[in-house]
Design a protein around this ligand. Structure first.
Ligand code: R5P
Length: 264
């Protein structure tokens, strides 16, 4: 791998543990002002010191993140649809690689919609983005998106989508955790991180999800709502870090969460 490409990836997936806790705050690109992300700066600022990377759009980056930050940026570069439009899958490239270079990002993120009428469009766009990324040394994170069809999240579908993204040249992939997740990991030659999905019922559920994903081979999380929609987002991200970087158990993470929570 080229030096620049490797250096950028190393900034995100930490070499001492081989893992990462990415903070996803890109939801507004199709959801608008989602709950607890109405004011992005307010949500992002206190969490930034605990994130190994932050995933967001250029608009939120420019308006809501201090350019003095040392946190690596993963720039969302796909979009063009909305939650009230005809199809969540109808995404294209919305931010150029030149802009990504200007913003000094560590990676760009692009969603693919395998199995939809926009499969071809999103896969060809991903491949083109990867060609440009190779030219500039910028890794591409492929996101195996399912839109509103959350029931698609099983090992058979996710293995297919992840493998296709890896074959097209994505350097790492964001997907969902599922039953038999090890099958998704085993058939994918590049690292996987998991999304958190909609807010789970309890903090323990989030720790269990994180723990199971790590145990079955994910290199980390790229999590949003289950962190910043929590009543204790800073305690939550630290407890997640405990599992990802320190191999903590669900109980140990919960213990840390409760002690940090009590300090507030
Ligand atoms: C969703 O489309 C966004 O790309 C999010 O970054 C992603 O879903 C991860 O966030 P969450 O953990 O809230 O699912």
């Amino acid at each position: 791998m080229d030096w620049g490409m490797k250096n950028r990836l190393t900034r995100i997936i930490k070499p001492d543990t081989g893992r990462t806790v990415m903070l996803a705050v890109d939801h507004g690109y199709f959801l608008g002002p989602i709950t607890k992300l109405e004011n992005p700066r307010k949500t992002i600022e206190p969490l930034l010191p605990y994130a190994d990377a932050i995933m967001l759009t250029r608009g939120v980056l420019r308006t809501s993140v201090d350019p003095g930050t040392s946190t690596p940026i993963v720039l969302r570069v796909s979009g063009g649809q909305s939650i009230v439009g005809p199809s969540l899958a109808d995404e294209e490239i919305i931010t150029s690689m030149r802009e990504a270079v200007r913003l000094n990002v560590s990676a760009v993120a692009f969603s693919i919609y395998v199995g939809t009428e926009y499969e071809h469009q999103t896969l060809v766009n991903l491949a083109e983005l990867i060609d440009e990324g190779e030219e500039y040394g910028i890794p591409v994170l492929a996101v195996t998106a399912v839109g509103k069809e959350l029931e698609k999240r099983d090992a058979r579908y996710l293995s297919l989508a992840c493998r296709i993204a890896a074959e097209l040249g994505a350097k790492f992939i964001k997907t969902y955790y599922c039953e038999d997740f090890e099958k998704v990991v085993d058939s994918c030659p590049v690292p996987l991180v998991i999304a958190g999905g909609p807010k789970l019922e309890t903090p323990r559920d989030v720790f269990q999800l994180t723990y199971d994903a790590i145990q079955k081979g994910a290199v980390g999380v790229d999590m949003g709502r289950n962190i910043w929609q929590s009543d204790y987002p800073i305690a939550m991200i630290q407890a997640i870090r405990h599992i990802v970087h320190k191999n903590a158990s669900v109980e140990e993470a919960e213990e840390l969460f409760n002690s940090l929570k009590a300090q507030k």
